[in-house]
Design a protein around this ligand. Structure first.
Ligand code: OOG
Ligand code: MG
Length: 253
């Protein structure tokens, strides 16, 4: 098992939008190895000039765990190449089989370089926003186990962030809707995200510190989807509306 070789496989699959077989079908590796493959794949992106813009948590809601059949929290890295302007467009051809999901984003105001307690998080955050994540597993049929999805940087492919609100706003009981072409396709509540999205941020600080990432001032943390994700098609107009926070949107061309 060669970490760099497997990182190149997932990275090429993402860059060429062409699916690969699950890495664990032919390779036996641990969760720590999977994070090492993820890191090596991010290093490839950074060496091409992409910038680190933040991190994400996944499987922070039961709805997502059940949809994907993986029952552990996961942590991945977001880069500039994944960022889509609010109200902007993204080409379907960039992806293999993209899905969108409704999320909440935190903006970090003080660099985080160790695990923080829930109580100390608020001193490190200066904004909260509605967000959409686009996930696009590099694996055939969007099928993976825990090690596969970690190695694949947790399917991270795109994100759209709405307007920032002050971080004092309560976010533990907000209605969250995923609307595609004017139809509400998923309806949930921010409480589905570990009872409170701030708990997802706490886990992000824990996993970042465990796997050697710093979360710098100005970066973004995605708390994980509140509902199952929905497949996207060319021409879709996608919007996430979060009660009290507002909305984020993009279209697929
Ligand atoms: C893995 C990514 C999960 C979330 O918000 O739960 C995730 C996947 O479902 O492909 O981003
Ligand atoms: Mg997500």
């Amino acid at each position: 098992m060669n970490i760099k070789h497997l990182a190149k496989k997932v990275d090429n699959a993402a860059a060429n939008a062409s699916p690969i077989a699950q890495l664990t079908k032919a390779n036996d590796f641990s969760i720590d190895d999977a994070y090492a493959i993820q890191r090596a794949s991010i290093e490839r992106r950074l060496s091409r000039g992409e910038e680190f813009i933040g991190v994400k948590m996944g499987f922070t809601s039961k709805a997502k765990m059940e949809q994907m059949g993986v029952h552990d929290l996961i942590f991945g890295v977001l880069t500039s190449e994944m960022s889509i302007d609010n109200g902007g467009q993204v080409a379907f051809s960039k992806f293999i089989h993209p899905r969108a999901e409704p999320e909440i984003a935190f903006r970090i105001s003080e660099t985080i370089d160790s695990e923080l307690s829930l109580q100390s998080l608020s001193g490190h955050v200066d904004g909260i926003a509605p967000a959409i994540e686009i996930i696009d597993s590099r694996y055939e049929n969007f099928k993976f186990n825990l090690e596969d999805v970690l190695a694949d940087n947790c399917s991270s492919s795109g994100l759209v962030i709405g307007d920032w609100s002050r971080p004092e706003i309560d976010v533990d009981d907000l209605k969250m809707e995923l609307v595609i072409n004017g139809q509400v396709r998923q309806l949930g509540n921010s409480r589905a995200i570990l009872e409170d999205p701030w708990a997802a941020l706490q886990h992000a600080t824990r996993l970042a510190s465990k796997y050697g990432w710093t979360i710098p001032k100005g970066s973004i943390v995605l708390a994980g989807a509140a509902t199952p994700a929905e497949f996207l098609a060319k021409g879709d107009e996608v919007k996430v509306i979060v009660e009290s926070l507002g909305e984020a949107s993009f279209s697929v061309t």
